[in-house]
Design a protein around this ligand. Structure first.
Ligand code: DX5
Ligand code: ZN
Length: 218
């Protein structure tokens, strides 16, 4: 099953209620929410109060991607705000095991992300406690960048490892996903896709999501 998680980073921030409702109507599976602190990445977006404010506008799962220096300190805030899936970075300063444990204790799905320069084997010690791994296919910080093909080999290695251990691990890819790159990632073993510009620049979001889904199914 393919999950499409539109990233609201590319949306009209002055009208988030309408944006969320439009993505829901267009057939999104999850809503991808990019949280940036201006420290871990050179950009600042939004925090837990905004997540809380948009929570009543859809029943879709909130897929919160934390690109922040100390995710552990903010896990309680994002849990309370209504996050269903919480992704944080292995390259952050928080203790990885403790952060995974805090997310799971709060009843959310725990997910670990790696930047393009981090080898995929770095997530292996945590796989048994994770619901998902997010492989960045661009440098985190901004939407609209080009897809880096080096992520494909990471996806293949990770899928093989999860199969070997018989883990029902979700593999998400984030950055530069369009109809061509989604097909490459899905063939490599990814099943979940954060998509910004491809959906937001389309005149018809529903058609854009359908086309991505079809492309992923090969
Ligand atoms: C980048 C964010 C992405 C971004 C994707 O740091 O994590 O989720 O919004 O945008 P596109 O699909 O435009 O690359
Ligand atoms: Zn993201």
């Amino acid at each position: 099953m393919t999950r499409i998680s539109p990233s609201i980073l590319s949306s009209d921030f002055s009208n988030l209620e309408q944006e969320i409702k439009s993505l829901d109507k267009a057939g999104a599976d999850w809503i991808h929410i990019d949280v940036m602190d201006g420290c871990f990445v050179p950009n600042i977006t939004l925090g837990a109060p905004i997540v809380k404010a948009i929570r009543p506008h859809t029943r879709l799962p909130f897929d919160v991607h934390l690109m922040i220096r100390d995710p552990l300190a903010y896990i309680p805030d994002f849990l309370t705000a209504g996050a269903d899936i919480i992704t944080f970075h292995l390259e952050s300063e928080s203790d990885t095991k403790e952060t995974i444990a805090a997310i799971r204790a709060g009843g959310a799905m725990a997910s670990l992300s790696i930047k393009p320069a981090t080898p995929v084997q770095a997530v292996f010690p945590y796989l048994d406690t994770l619901s998902m791994v997010l492989i960045m296919s661009v440098e985190p910080g901004f939407g609209g960048q080009s897809f880096q093909e080096s992520c494909l080999e990471k996806i293949r290695i990770l899928r093989r490892e999860a199969q070997k251990r018989d883990l029902p691990l979700l593999i998400q890819v984030d950055g530069g996903i369009d109809e061509n790159t989604i097909a490459l990632c899905a063939a490599a073993g990814a099943d979940t896709f954060a998509v910004g510009s491809t959906i937001f620049r389309a005149d018809d979001r529903k058609a854009a999501i359908q086309h991505l889904r079809i492309a992923a199914q090969g």
